[in-house]
Structure formats: C-alpha cells, structure tokens
Design a protein around this ligand. Structure first.
Ligand code: BGP
Length: 480
C-alpha cells in the first residue's frame, strides 16, 4: 500500500557515527584520555574490558578508529555524493575538556569540530550532535567515580553549554545521552557502562549504582535542555533511547505481564525525558529492592522543566521474554537472563534478531506514550563483508535489511501518522564496533580497508549499498 511513498523534501536522510568509534587521533591536539581509550578489544569470547590506564601489549581499537580525524574531508565528500542531508556524530568530551573538570576549554579541540562542521555545511550536510556517546573523561571515572557522583551534573552541563555557545549557528539538532536506557536492565560487566563510568565490584549493589547514575544523568539532561534553549531558542534537543521492543513469547497472561514489566524496565527513561516525571511503578519497585536514591525536590522540578523536544532512538532488533515458573507477582526483568529466542525471525551473525515490523510497532508505541516527533538516529546491519579486488563489496544482505526497515518506517509515517524528522543509518562508514571492538563487524555504505588490529591502508571504497542508498535519497524514499 505504501509502495513508492515519498518522504517530505525536508526529511533528514543521512548517516550516523560516534566520535570514539571512528575518529582515532586519541591524543591529537591536547585530547585527554576517555573511558573509550582504555577499553580493550573483545577477542576470542573475552568481552571488552576497561583497564586502569593504557597498558602495554593490550589492543585499544578506539585509538585509531577509522582515522576520520585526519580523513573527514574525503568522507564528507562521499556523504554528499550519497545525498546526505545530515550527519550524526558526537563531540568527544575529552577534546574539549581533557580531564572533564577544567573551567577553560581546549581551543584546539573546539577548532577541530568547527572545521568539521564547516566542512559538512559546505557539502550541504547539517551536523546532528550527540553530547555523550559512550565516553566520559577517564579522569572523571578515577577521581569522582563517574556518574555515581552528583558533581558530574555540573561538569556535564558546563561541557554542554560550552559547545552550545560555540556551535550555536552551526548545529540545530542535539541529543544528550546516547542509548541512556542501555544501563539499568544490563548486569555488570557490560561495555555500555562506558556511558556512566561506573566501576562496580562483584559485591556492589549494581542496581542501586545504576539507578542513581541514571538519575544524575537525567537531571543533567534536563538542565542541558533548558540551558540549550536559553542559548538558542531554535535548538531541537532530544533524548536518545535504544529501542528494542520486547514481546511476550506466548499469549499466556504471565508472559504478557512479564513483557510489560520488561518494557517498563527498559523505557522508563523515556518517560522521564519526555513526560518530565518518574513512572508510578518505579518507586514501588525501588522500595521492594531496598534501593534508596538521592533525589531532591529540586531535581524533580528540573526534570519537569527540562523535557526534550524529540525522541531520538536506535532500532536494530526486537527481544522476546517469557515468565519463569515462580515469577508472579513481582515480575522482574534482567538482561540477558530473561531473553528467549523469537522463532519467527532471522538473526544476524551476532545473534541480533531481524524484525522490520518491530520498527513500525516501536514507532507507534512511542507515539502513543510520549507524543513527540521522532528521529531514527541508528538502524543498520552488522556483517562480515568481503571486499573484491576492485574495492567493491556486494552487500545485498545489507540492502535487503535497509529496504525492509525503510518500508516499515514509511508505513509508520504514511499509515500511522508518526511525525518523523529523519533517518540516519548507523556506521554509514565502517568503524569500530561498540560491543565487540571489532572492525570486522561492518555497517557501512563505505568500506574502510582496516582490520581488527588497525592494520591496512584505511582507504575508502563504495559498497553496492552506497549506490542503493543514493537512489533511495534521490527518490525521497520512493525507490527501494
Ligand atoms: C548502538 C550504539 C552504537 C553502535 C551500535 C552498533 O548500541 O549506539 O555506538 O556501535 O549500537 O552496535 P555494535 O557496534 O556493538 O555492533
């Protein structure tokens, strides 16, 4: 029914990346050490680890990324050739404040983003900026315990105000914390703890620590939204939620209740960001778990006054859960313990369940719950690509993933009335994987000749999906 549907002319087609996964130049021009710089590569079943400083003999893939720091003029050119209207990246906090707690910013770091944004704009591409994408200054982790400390709010807001003022005429769309909700449901150790910089010991009450960190991040986000609007009333400042809808495995009422609790556990962050308040079930849950949080009345007023302008979200897959035998009446959801496989969908080589309908379902769910415009700021297919001698890559699997998801996105807009700002596929140019630290898990339309150990020419070449996406943008999404 929606075949040939055209998205509006001002729809923001583009691509997405994050500073630490592609820039490299980890010590360039006065940059400080971020938590991403002390994250090892995950190898042979061993997950990525945060080491106490940079250790000789370890592999730290974020030190080189795909060398975007030095090669962005060539990359921006390729993005323009694909027809990008926008490019989502993040600002590495440690380029601006190397330790995170300084008063004065590092001018060379600010200049790097000035040059990058100017170059993008010269190519008719508007930057879309995430303030915190899985990296905080490592000094803040060591000296303050990361987001376990209320002081982080001031450091973050100071960073945000600094870049808001500097780029007030270059950037309109901002996001505060990348995938903020990928914290509370996951057990330690998990690489996404990079966001919060928590370093938990085995005996720590990880839920206590994560809910507290989440609260401080949400307060920081709300203050940031208010500060941004004061600096430029035209700013659009969003949240960024990792959206993986969770289905019940069966129609058994206990499974349905479990899935509802799972959705609450993963998406209450969105309630705070968009509605300005904690959902009613959460204090009850914290009380049962004996979790006591430092939340002041001022904090609650801040959350109410700092709601976001739009919902930015990533969508890769859906999850499924089912009730355990003794589940009722508490129903508690933890990842990955409560995952079960969906018998109806295919999976990627990394076990990510492929579910385009889940994207449309999610967009409807968020629209009904949060009543805000949406921006799909990540979506994509990680795969092992094979480069041919002439540099080409025949990635029909990626094209088919995108075709199905863009179709579902267009159905949500055309048939369900979702107000959608844009679509920026993840890793539009190959970069380092956040979860595994591999280069081999590739998402790009543009191939980068580098391996997991940072060896290779780093030359760029166009995959088949490059030409396909070019055609999609050119036809406003009609020609899939
Ligand atoms: C999201 C992150 C990105 C990104 C992507 C793909 O969780 O926001 O940073 O990397 O997922 O994940 P991965 O790189 O682990 O395949």
């Amino acid at each position: 029914m929606v075949n040939g549907y055209k998205m509006p002319k001002d729809f923001l087609w583009g691509g997405a990346v994050a500073a630490h996964q592609l820039e490299g130049g980890w010590q360039a021009d006065g940059k400080g050490v971020s938590i991403a710089d002390v994250m090892t590569a995950g190898r042979n079943g061993v997950p990525r680890q945060v080491t106490d400083g940079v250790k000789p003999g370890e592999i730290y893939p974020n030190h080189w990324g795909n060398d975007f720091y030095h090669r962005y003029p060539e990359d921006d050119q390729l993005f323009e050739e694909m027809g990008f209207k926008c490019f989502r990246t993040s600002i590495a906090w440690t380029r601006i404040f190397p330790n995170g707690d300084e008063d004065e910013p590092n001018e060379a770091g600010l200049k790097f983003y000035d040059d990058l944004f100017d170059n993008l704009l010269a190519h008719h591409i508007q930057p879309v900026i995430t303030l915190s994408h899985f990296e905080i200054p490592y000094h803040l982790v060591k000296a303050y315990g990361g987001w376990s400390n209320r002081k982080m709010i001031d450091f973050f807001v100071h960073f945000a105000k600094t870049v808001f003022k500097r780029y007030r005429n270059k950037v309109k769309y901002w996001m505060t914390f990348n995938e903020i909700n990928n914290q509370t449901a996951w057990k330690d150790p998990h690489p996404l703890l990079q966001n919060s910089g928590l370093q938990l010991g085995k005996d720590d009450n990880w839920q206590q620590a994560m809910y507290q960190a989440a609260h401080y991040e949400l307060v920081a986000s709300a203050l940031t939204v208010q500060a941004g609007h004061a600096i430029n009333p035209d700013f659009q400042i969003g949240c960024m939620v990792a959206m993986c809808p969770i289905y019940p495995l069966t129609a058994k009422p206990e499974d349905v209740m479990k899935a509802e609790r799972a959705m609450q556990t993963r998406y209450w962050y969105g309630d705070v960001h968009c509605l300005g308040e904690y959902p009613k079930w959460l204090p009850k849950y914290l009380e049962r778990k004996n979790i006591k949080l430092d939340i002041t009345d001022d904090d609650l007023a801040t959350l109410k006054a700092g709601t976001v302008d739009y919902v930015g979200f990533s969508y890769y897959m859906s999850f499924v859960t089912k009730a355990k035998a003794d589940e009722a009446p508490a129903y508690e959801y933890t990842e990955p313990d409560d995952f079960v496989e969906n018998p109806y969908v295919e999976k990627s080589d990394w076990g990510w369940q492929i579910d385009p309908t889940g994207l449309r379902y999610s967009m409807n769910w968020m629209q009904d719950r949060w009543h805000l415009p949406q921006f799909i700021v990540e979506n994509g297919f990680g795969a092992y690509d094979k480069k041919q001698a002439d540099g080409s890559v025949h990635d029909d699997y990626r094209i088919s993933y995108f075709r199905d998801h863009i179709k579902a996105m267009e159905e949500a807009v055309a048939l369900d009335g979702v107000d959608l700002i844009g679509y920026t596929p993840w890793g539009c140019i190959d970069l380092v994987s956040a979860s595994t630290g591999e280069m081999a898990k590739r998402y790009g339309f543009i191939y980068v000749d580098a391996d997991d150990n940072g060896k290779g020419s780093f030359d760029r070449s166009k995959k088949d999906s490059f030409y396909w996406y070019q055609k999609v943008i050119e036809s406003d999404g009609a020609d899939l």
